[in-house]
Design a protein. Structure first.
Length: 227
């Protein structure tokens, strides 16, 4: 997969390494772009989820990678740490210009959005706070609506204005949750913080979808949610 230049938060070699590793081990995640979206939502969230909790989401609940050697395993975790910190650094700059979303095609955008939505499903209580806020909820609705738009419409090209709106929405979501972290002292955006995920629960099919769309879970994000 060719990566757009502005995805070079990581080196091209690192991006290719992630893609090839995911492919070799039949990971649930299809690409480094999906990982970028996943980490972006986790960085935004006020509750820190530890690698021991989110790695099974990346690889698949019943799929543990059989690394060739310790060096391959260490490299993957080092690259993940680097990507996390680069995303957090970009968001802390409080400007969409400093947080480019690494997509150059419709398929890449869908990968990124799917990764992002996987992460929100890992922390439904956090994202419920945003979904229930009168002003901030529109930010998340934009993201879920964009996912549905590109997922359900086959003959559609990538609209660069959508990327601009998506980038602005992410930076505003980060600011929204940042105010909660400052008020309630949740945690900092450091990859090595040691706060455990507070709780996760299985969402029932007939419950309201945690994405805030107003639809039942079974009619909305059931196909992209992990528990």
């Amino acid at each position: 997969m060719a990566h757009p230049k502005h995805q070079a938060l990581l080196s091209e070699d690192s991006l290719i390494f992630i893609d090839s590793l995911f492919n070799k081990h039949n990971a649930e995640f299809a690409s480094s772009i999906m990982l970028h979206g996943f980490f972006t939502a986790l960085v935004c969230s006020p509750t820190l989820i530890m690698p021991s909790k989110y790695m099974p989401v990346i690889w698949g609940q019943n799929n543990q990678p059989n690394y060739e050697n310790i060096e391959e395993a260490m490299r993957f975790h080092t690259v993940c740490s680097e990507l996390w910190n680069l995303i957090a650094g970009g968001l802390r700059n409080n400007s969409p210009a400093n947080f480019p979303i690494p997509v150059a095609s419709k398929d890449a955008l869908l990968d990124w959005l799917e990764g992002f939505l996987h992460a929100t499903a890992c922390l439904p209580d956090d994202w419920k706070i945003l979904a229930e806020d009168r002003e901030a909820s529109s930010l998340f609705v934009l993201i879920t609506s964009m996912y549905q738009k590109y997922k359900e419409t086959e003959e559609i090209d990538l609209d660069k204005d959508d990327i601009l709106w998506l980038t602005k929405s992410i930076t505003h979501i980060y600011k929204f949750f940042l105010s909660l972290r400052m008020k309630h002292n949740f945690r900092s955006n450091n990859f090595h913080d040691s706060v455990e995920l507070s709780s996760t629960r299985k969402i029932k099919r007939n419950e309201a979808c945690p994405c805030g769309s107003g639809k039942k879970y079974k009619k909305c994000c059931i196909d992209i949610t992990f528990h």
